[in-house]
Design a protein around this ligand. Structure first.
Ligand code: PMP
Length: 432
């Protein structure tokens, strides 16, 4: 397997099509995956893994659900792309708007990065302001304006994190620590009227899972409103996962714009951005903010998205009065898993923090609670690397970095979660 990967390095930069896949922070050669079904992945050598990465989030119902595959087979026979308006994409927009009341109008795109990039341009075009505010450690795809060093403390003026991002552009991006109301008030007082949008993941998951403190998101909403700053919730990860209507439903906070991706496409390249009608109407051709895409609303991806939404609605529907929702049972199963994991950590007195919400979690190898980027960065990444490889050996595939979320799907049954727990407890004993 390693030999194939080494060959890959000759034709693909670092052998991967997205950096974290290279195992850079955990070491060793990446496992080349060949097949997925339900909660499992199989590598090129035929070894089976319980998958807690789930393609970085999209696979809420596990790999290759039989019913979805059947739907897609039929769809493929009807053509793969038209480049025209379609009835299906209109249906999908309606379904999204039903689950997300804050999304009055929505455009479909092909990746989370594209959704965010478009939302940022729209916010700038609509407000006539140039600056963008984000949080330290927030990740929103590889959009130039948002690849800003997420250093410690309040960074008033951004510094490019990646070569190739002009400093002039980076200077327009401001960054504040998550969960810090004081820092937010300070930057709004100083720069508020120049900021087009504040973009954040309502539950940051790209520094590992970090939960908002009580009242933080409400304060964010209050301040953005006061200064005429558009509030963009990047729900590419949280959308459809923490609730059908995402974190905005979970916390009852209403953003102006929302970015969706991952679960929406169910493993296909489909994402979306949407929100207030007056803001969305600024898009071309009606408005003067340009945004377009050859494959936007692709019929195969759209069919997959319609299937995902119908499943999500089904799981949250109560069929009979005495029957719990499938989603309630799923979340209870996941909570049980967390409980068992947490009690193992307590029993062994391990310096490990379990941050979780619904079906996403991170185990931080950290002595202290993790509430923002600074505390997340204090994690022991060497220990995580040992833990990661010990899990891999035991047939459990985690996201290969300390600063990522792990995802559990509906296909992860009690039995699978029990096996995963066994692998994790065994791996924890190797990590210390
Ligand atoms: N926003 C968030 C919150 C993400 O986690 C990601 C990807 N992990 C993106 C945007 C970018 O999405 P994509 O990788 O589909 O471009």
């Amino acid at each position: 397997m390693n030999q194939i990967f080494q060959e890959g390095k000759r034709v693909i930069p670092s052998g991967v099509n997205s950096p974290v896949r290279a195992f850079g922070s955990v070491g060793g050669a990446p496992v080349l995956m060949a097949k997925g079904k339900g909660p499992y992945l199989w590598d090129e050598l035929g070894k089976r893994y319980i998958d807690f990465c789930c393609s970085w989030g999209p696979l809420l119902f596990g790999h290759a659900p039989t019913d979805l595959v059947m739907h897609l087979r039929r769809e493929l026979n009807r053509g793969t792309s038209f480049g025209t308006a379609t009835a299906k994409e209109i249906k999908l927009a309606q379904e999204i708007a039903l689950l997300y009341p804050n999304i009055r109008k929505v455009r479909l795109v092909s990746s989370g990065t594209e959704a965010v990039m478009s939302a940022i341009r729209l916010a700038r075009g609509f407000t006539g302001r140039k600056k963008i505010l984000k949080i330290d450690g927030g990740y929103h795809g590889h959009v130039d304006s948002l690849l800003i060093k997420a250093g410690s403390g309040l960074t008033t003026f951004g510094v490019p994190d990646s070569a190739g991002v002009p400093e002039e552009l980076a200077k327009l991006t401001l960054s504040v620590p998550f969960n810090d109301v004081e820092a937010l008030e300070k930057i709004f007082k100083k720069e508020g009227k120049k900021i087009a949008a504040f973009i954040l993941e309502p539950i940051p998951a790209n520094m590992g899972v970090v939960l908002p403190k009580r009242g933080y998101l409400e304060k964010v909403r209050e301040l953005t409103k006061e200064y005429g700053v558009l509030l963009i919730f990047d729900e590419v990860i949280t959308g459809f996962r923490v609730a059908p209507g995402g974190a905005q439903e979970h916390f009852r906070v209403r953003p102006d714009l929302t970015c969706l991706g991952k679960i929406l496409g169910g493993g296909f390249p489909l994402a979306a951005f949407g929100g207030r009608r007056d803001v969305m109407d600024a898009l071309a051709p009606q408005g003067n903010v340009y945004q377009a895409g050859t494959l936007s609303g692709n019929p195969i991806a759209t069919r997959a998205a319609l299937w995902m939404i119908s499943q999500i609605k089904g799981k949250y529907a109560r069929k009979k009065l005495d029957q719990a929702q499938a989603a309630v049972r799923f979340h209870a199963r996941v909570e049980n898993f967390y409980l068992e994991l947490q009690s193992y950590i307590y029993k062994k007195a391990l310096p490990v923090q379990l941050n979780s919400v619904r079906s996403m979690f991170t185990l931080f190898f950290n002595e202290q609670p993790v509430t923002d980027f600074v505390s997340a960065k204090k994690s022991n990444t060497k220990r995580f690397a040992r833990f990661f490889h010990a899990c891999l050996k035991r047939g459990l595939y985690l996201a290969p970095s300390q600063f990522e979320a792990n995802f559990i799907s509906f296909a992860h049954t009690d039995g699978v979660l029990k096996q995963a727990m066994k692998a994790i407890s065994g791996a924890l004993s190797k990590a210390f």
